[in-house]
Design a protein around this ligand. Structure first.
Ligand code: HEC
Ligand code: HEC
Length: 460
């Protein structure tokens, strides 16, 4: 056994003891229950489903762990500017409800100064300076945040908690904006039986670490299955995967079912944001025609007659990075399929998918970078497979209106000797799980047609 899985077990066992029963309020599964989107948003931003990751004091002292130059800048800054520096370093977003104070948008207050991670840390991002619900947070530096939190807790003599420990056992995300989320689920589910009872025996699961860009929430209403490969039929229970720390035992999870019905209703109520800049309207209609001829068979049609074929495209045809598909092996998928999380869906014919879903493209201008692993920075690059950068680094908040997506620089190489926090700002497509290859379908278009489709995509 290598050290890392061992540490992971130690961490999971350490968390196994104290059920969070006091938090449980809702009574489970009532046929008469009518989910409410408003309540869903309220729950996910105010109810602590997990223990806090750190407290306000730890957050306020993070800057003391920073490299010298940044640390000096923080030392001489006002508390407001220091907070901004921290938000920039970790890719956090200010909550529009209480900007400038308390936890970031992706964290819920536990009422005692604690910051509890919530869904928006990955599923609430910013584009053109606007915080947008359901937009993947393409700046989130989870691994850097957890590293600095651990160092600060050690310095202050505070207790380490689940994320600090988990990171010793597994990587959390090696590039800003993407996370190893799927493997968090694999690790946590290995401690459960099919009914979500926490088990004593623990077989170390196979863990192929890889980072993903979260999909935008506003497309969920169009889908009948969830996740990039269509792993499971859409249902509220898979959403509960995120809170599977052993202390939330099967009774606690069952008591939260109605909460997650509400949260799913909220996700399904979201609309995509509109492109805020001028569009070359003379090209849009032509772009629509080309799109409908070449792309709609996989991505559906938009406007008056909306369709969504929800096709899973086999990897031999698609050619994008295979890690996400391979990371969930047949054994995992079979167990998942027969578990409470998948609603014991034993008759589902598609439980062993061969590729990735061709997603709906609503609000696609906003959700850069592209592909499931976030390897392609703009729509122009998605349409020009041979021009995709091997290494790219985004500017902190810049938007590229020409190429539609992230504003980037394309260095020849990742500089040597960088601190890991700086290295995570470079996307290196030669690394495992980070390939930007494949999806060459737009290559059958002429340059003019590509131009028109690009303009049309802005209007979706
Ligand atoms: C650490 C980042 C992270 C957090 C926190 C997180 N997610 Fe996700 N979420 C992801 C990633 C990455 C995916 C893509 C996984 C895949 O498809 O393999 C995803 C996928 C999803 C999907 C499927 C969307 C689709 O189009 O198929 C839903 C629904 C979802 N998450 C809901 C939630 C909810 C609800 C929470 C909070 C309880 C949450 N997520 C917390 C990263 C996160
Ligand atoms: C044979 C089916 C197929 C065709 C044809 C196709 N696509 Fe795709 N497309 C996919 C799949 C599958 C993905 C997801 C790939 C991944 O994430 O690895 C995808 C991803 C995308 C994405 C990125 C989505 C995101 O959220 O990151 C865009 C944009 C896109 N396609 C545009 C187009 C355009 C424009 C055309 C036509 C020129 C086209 N596609 C043709 C199957 C197809």
């Amino acid at each position: 056994m290598s050290l890392k899985p061992y540490l992971l077990i130690v961490c999971l066992l350490a968390l196994g003891s104290s059920p969070l029963a006091a938090q449980s309020s809702a009574v489970s599964a009532e046929a008469s229950f009518t989910p409410s989107a408003a309540r869903g948003y309220q729950l996910l931003t105010t109810k602590a489903y997990l223990p806090p990751d750190f407290d306000q004091q730890v957050f306020d002292e993070l800057w003391k762990t920073w490299p010298k130059e940044l640390r000096n800048q923080a030392r001489d800054a006002t508390p407001t500017v220091r907070r901004q520096l921290a938000f920039t370093r970790y890719g956090l977003v200010e909550s529009p409800e209480h900007p400038g104070e308390g936890p970031a948008w992706g964290y819920t207050s536990d009422g005692q100064g604690g910051w509890v991670m919530n869904c928006l840390s990955c599923h609430g991002g910013q584009v053109n300076g606007n915080a947008t619900l359901g937009l993947p947070n393409s700046n989130f530096g989870l691994e850097t945040l957890v590293e600095d939190v651990r160092a600060t807790k050690i310095r202050l003599g505070k207790k380490l908690t689940h994320m600090d420990m988990a990171q010793l056992g597994m990587p959390l995300g090696s590039t800003h904006g993407t996370t190893n989320s799927v493997i968090f689920g694999v690790a946590l589910e290995a401690k459960r039986d099919a009914d979500m009872k926490v088990i004593k025996a623990f077989n170390i699961p196979e863990m192929l670490h890889h980072d993903l860009d979260a999909p935008p929430f506003w497309n969920v209403k169009k889908k009948s299955r969830l996740y990039y490969d269509g792993l499971v039929k859409k249902h509220h229970r898979p959403l509960i995967q995120f809170v599977l720390l052993p202390r939330n035992d099967e009774k606690v999870l069952a008591s939260w079912e109605n909460d997650y019905r509400d949260i799913l209703a909220w996700i399904e109520s979201l609309e995509s944001p509109r492109y805020p800049w001028p569009v070359e309207s003379s090209l849009v209609e032509g772009g629509r025609t080309v799109f409908n001829q070449h792309c709609a068979k996989c991505h559906g049609t938009y406007g008056e007659k909306e369709t969504f074929p929800e096709k899973v495209i086999s990897l031999d045809i698609l050619g994008t990075d295979p890690m996400r598909l391979q990371a969930l092996n047949a054994e995992y998928r079979e167990k998942f399929q027969h578990s409470w999380l998948a609603n014991y869906n034993t008759t589902d014919p598609v439980w062993l998918p061969k590729g990735y879903i061709a997603p709906p493209l609503h609000g696609i201008w906003a959700s850069a970078p592209y592909l499931h692993n976030g390897s392609v920075p703009t729509l122009w690059h998605l349409m020009h497979a041979d021009e995709r950068p091997k290494i790219w680094k985004r500017t902190p908040t810049g938007y590229d209106q020409q190429r539609v997506g992230l504003e980037i620089t394309t260095p020849e190489a990742v500089p040597d000797g960088l601190l890991s926090a700086d290295r995570r700002r470079y996307f290196d497509t030669s690394k495992t799980g980070k390939s930007s290859a494949g999806h060459r379908f737009p290559e059958e278009l002429s340059e003019d047609e590509k131009r028109a489709v690009l303009e049309y995509l802005k209007t979706l």
